[in-house]
Every structure is written in structure tokens, then in C-alpha cells.
Design a protein around this ligand. Structure first.
Ligand code: PGA
Length: 251
């Protein structure tokens, strides 16, 4: 079934000690209540093994921000999906636009990463989104449909384990949020692509998160859209109170 989800993406922020402190703070803020959505925090690799035992697993899932496109072996500096899973993490962000742009991750590499994540029991949070130029040229649907190829290659059973995140690149870290209407339009388009490839049921059951300058002040309006099932949160996930404010948008 489709779930409402708020997921934090810490990116390359926080030392281990700072990350531990932030995870504890988020955990404490949620201690007295049951959040009205699933909550996930995605941290740098080195934080995972420390953060997992600190949070209440009935309320907060932990994830990585990436994993390797190879199973194991001589790939200096890489971290495999099996290694991520061995920390107790349950999720992994894949295909983030920063990885696509700065580390040249291609559809083919991401197809491998998705497969390895699933094979190791991790839930991929798979990101898609267009850059400003593409939106201005009216090509956003085409771009997103192409990016979706990495997950549409999956069997329906595997696809049902994937969480999608639409993150217009022009809205990430810029303070420029997509309007609720722009988010809804793209989410409905994505759901339509999934329905066309699989069927209506599979499309209906897929959680599609919005990401890009989401904050407590705009989360409620964004999440109110019928096809927006929550958010992938960058900057605002680095402050426990702001992250909690976004989680509370589902109350
Ligand atoms: P932002 O980042 O909330 O800081 O815009 C979102 C993301 O890149 O996941």
C-alpha cells in the first residue's frame, strides 16, 4: 500500500559526532508520539552503524545516500549495498541529481545499483528530476520518463518495493520550491508512466515523494496534493525542529 513518508537526506553534512547528536534529537522529538507518516533519515555511510541503534526502529528508518554499482571487490573507496545493509540500514537513496550531475551516474549504472540494493534487502529511494533548462524547454516529462527506466526494468514485485522521489533540480537547495501544482502535475505524470508500464494498481501503490526546498512552511500545501506522498528533505533535515515540522504536516 502507498505510504506517506518524510525522508531526510543529510548529504555531505555533519561529522560523526554531530550526526549522532542530530539523530538523537530527532528521536527525542518523536519519542512521545506516533508520527502520522513513515520517517526515514539518510546519512553519510560512516554514520550508519552509529545512528541505527540510536533511533526507535518502530518510528525511524535509517538509510544511506548511495551505494556501489558493483557487488564487491577491487573498487577502492566504494561502499556496497551489502555493506550498507550490514549496518542495519533499510533504505538507500539512488539517482540523486547531485550524483547524476557531479559523479556522472548513468541510467545503466543506476539500474545496477537498484538491483543490488533490492538483492540486499534495501528499499531504494529513487530520485528523478529535470534541470531548469529542460523545464524551460518543456522537456521535463521526457527527461523524467527516461530517468525512470532504471526502475521500470524491474519485475512488478520488485518495483513495489521502490520509493520514488521527484526532485526538480532547479528547486534543490535554491529556496525555490516547485508550486504545489507543478509538483502534482509531475507526480501524476509519473504515476501515469508507471500505470502504463505495469498497471493502475502498481501505480496507485507507489509512494512518490517531492524534494526541493521543502520546509515546514510549505510542506502541508505540497503534501495535500493527491499524488504527493511526502517529501525528501535536504537542508531542512539538518535541523531537528524543522524536520519535525515537516513530519507534522501529515497531522
Ligand atoms: P533541499 O534538498 O531540501 O535542500 O532542497 C533536497 C534534496 O536534494 O534531497
Amino acid at each position: 500500500m502507498r505510504k506517506n513518508i518524510v525522508a531526510g537526506n543529510w548529504k555531505m553534512n555533519k561529522t560523526l559526532q554531530e550526526g549522532i547528536a542530530l539523530a538523537k534529537e530527532v528521536n527525542e522529538l518523536l519519542a512521545g508520539e506516533q508520527p502520522a507518516c513513515d520517517v526515514i533519515i539518510c546519512t553519510p555511510f560512516i554514520h550508519l552503524a552509529s545512528v541505527v541503534p540510536l533511533v526507535d526502529p518502530t518510528k525511524i528508518g535509517v538509510g544511506a545516500e548511495n551505494c556501489a554499482d558493483k557487488e564487491s571487490g577491487a573498487y577502492t573507496g566504494e561502499v556496497s549495498a551489502a555493506m550498507v545493509a550490514s549496518t542495519g540500514a533499510k533504505y538507500v537513496i539512488l539517482g540523486h541529481s547531485e550524483r547524476r550531475a557531479y559523479y556522472h551516474e548513468t541510467v545503466d549504472m543506476l539500474t545496477e545499483k537498484v538491483k543490488l540494493a533490492l538483492a540486499n534487502g534495501l528499499t531504494p529511494i529513487f530520485c528523478v528530476g529535470e534541470v531548469l533548462q529542460e523545464r524551460e524547454a518543456g522537456k521535463q516529462n521526457e527527461v523524467v520518463a527516461t530517468q525512470l527506466a532504471s526502475v521500470l526494468a524491474l519485475s512488478p514485485a520488485d518495483f513495489s518495493k521502490v520509493i520514488l522521489a521527484y526532485e526538480p533540480v532547479w528547486a534543490i537547495g535554491t529556496g525555490k520550491t516547485a508550486t504545489p501544482q507543478q509538483a502534482q502535475e509531475m507526480h501524476a505524470f509519473i504515476r501515469g508512466v508507471i500505470a502504463g508500464y505495469y498497471d493502475e494498481d502498481v501505480a496507485d501503490n507507489c509512494s512518490i515523494l517531492y524534494g526541493g526546498s521543502c520546509k515546514p512552511s510549505n510542506a502541508r500545501e505540497l503534501f495535500a496534493n493527491p499524488d504527493v506522498d511526502g517529501g525528501l528533505i535536504g537542508g531542512a533535515a539538518l535541523k531537528a525542529a524543522d524536520f519535525k515540522g515537516i513530519i507534522d504536516a501529515f497531522k
